[in-house]
Write a protein that binds this ligand. Structure first.
Ligand code: ZN
Ligand code: ZN
Length: 339
């Protein structure tokens, strides 16, 4: 017998009771239509993988010139900062507040990553935090088990599998009513297809104008638009797969969030994922010595310029208390089993 369907919400139907309800009275997930799932499969899984496969012989055969490299790196930085600072720390977790032009600029920068409208991204991510690595988490690598093959399957699921196999997606009405009430977010979400076009048109225009040739436009579209979007996707998804599986866990959390330095460098700070699950609303993820967090650095610069305010920086006393909690748990375990 199917689940009772009671409402519609942003292109899907709402399940009456797929996952526990909360106080807001709306269901947490909506059923994805077959068409929507097929679109996710093509745009989020198949095309990026094909592009990455295509990029290898392209580099091997023709190489990437300095012009395309500069355009691709700039687009990469804009996309990743847009996701890390805009979509994630500002809109999903409200780690700081900022002036309207900066908010809109950060939302647009996040849109360049082609990872969906900000409200949908935030809804999935808030659900991830509530159920991290437990039943209900949209993308836990541990869902199939802890041993070799099961973990490998789980990592593939956490990386891209969930994007095309999930039959349910997080209901925006339930998870992000604050964003749905924001006219700027609503306008951005409605204009999202145009934002995607911009994500490819900008590098093409930059390449065309720089070289004053169509050939320059096409090659910048390939490297700065298509290959860059594929790389950005897999770098972002590695936080869900790698930084919930490998790496160090200096803080005690209910989940398996961890710190992986190379993921942190590629994601401009997001790979310091363990503290982030302790205090999701904290503007800094790399809180320990030597943990470089370029996204937090940029937020600090915005704060100094007067563009960002009410920034939630880590509280040293709370940080130490959480570190000591981990240490005490470790000592207790050693006392209980001195072998
Ligand atoms: Zn996580
Ligand atoms: Zn988060």
């Amino acid at each position: 017998m199917g689940r009772p369907v009671v409402l519609t919400d942003h292109g899907g139907t709402v399940n009456a009771s797929p996952t526990p309800r909360s106080g807001s009275g709306t269901a947490e997930t909506v059923t994805l239509t077959t068409g929507r799932r097929a679109a996710y499969l093509v745009v989020l899984v198949v095309i990026p993988i094909l592009l990455l496969l295509l990029a290898v012989p392209a580099v091997w055969g023709w190489g990437i010139g300095p012009r395309d490299l500069v355009i691709a790196v700039v687009m990469y930085l804009v996309s990743i900062f847009g996701i890390a600072i805009g979509y994630h720390r500002l809109f999903t977790h409200r780690a700081f507040r900022c002036r309207r032009p900066l908010r809109i600029a950060l939302m647009l920068a996040g849109g360049m990553a082609v990872e969906g409208p900000v409200s949908l991204w935030a809804a999935e991510h808030r659900r991830h935090h509530k159920y991290a690595d437990r039943e209900g988490d949209p993308h836990s690598p541990w869902r199939h088990g802890d041993d070799g093959w099961a973990l490998l399957r789980g990592m593939a699921h956490a990386h891209v599998g969930w994007l095309c196999t999930a039959r349910l997606r997080s209901s925006r009405r339930h998870w992000v009513p604050d964003l749905l009430a924001d006219p700027d977010v609503r306008r951005f979400d409605a204009a999202y297809p145009a934002v995607v076009v911009l994500s490819f048109a900008l590098p093409a225009a930059a390449g065309g104008l720089w070289s004053m040739s169509w050939e320059g436009a096409w090659s910048a579209l390939f490297w700065g638009g298509l290959v860059r979007y594929a790389v950005v996707h897999h770098v972002t998804w590695s936080v869900n797969s790698i930084a919930h599986t490998f790496g160090e866990r200096p803080f005690l959390t209910r989940d398996r969030s961890s710190n992986v330095w190379w993921v942190a460098m590629l994601t401009l700070g997001e790979g310091w994922h363990n503290w982030h699950h302790v205090e999701p609303a904290c503007a800094r993820h790399g809180v320990l010595k030597g943990q470089l967090d370029p996204s937090a650095r940029l937020i600090r610069w915005f704060e100094r310029a007067g563009w960002a305010y009410a920034v939630r920086w880590p509280d040293p006393a709370r940080l130490n208390a959480r570190l000591n909690a981990r240490l005490n748990a470790h000592l207790d375990a050693r006392r209980a089993d001195p072998r």
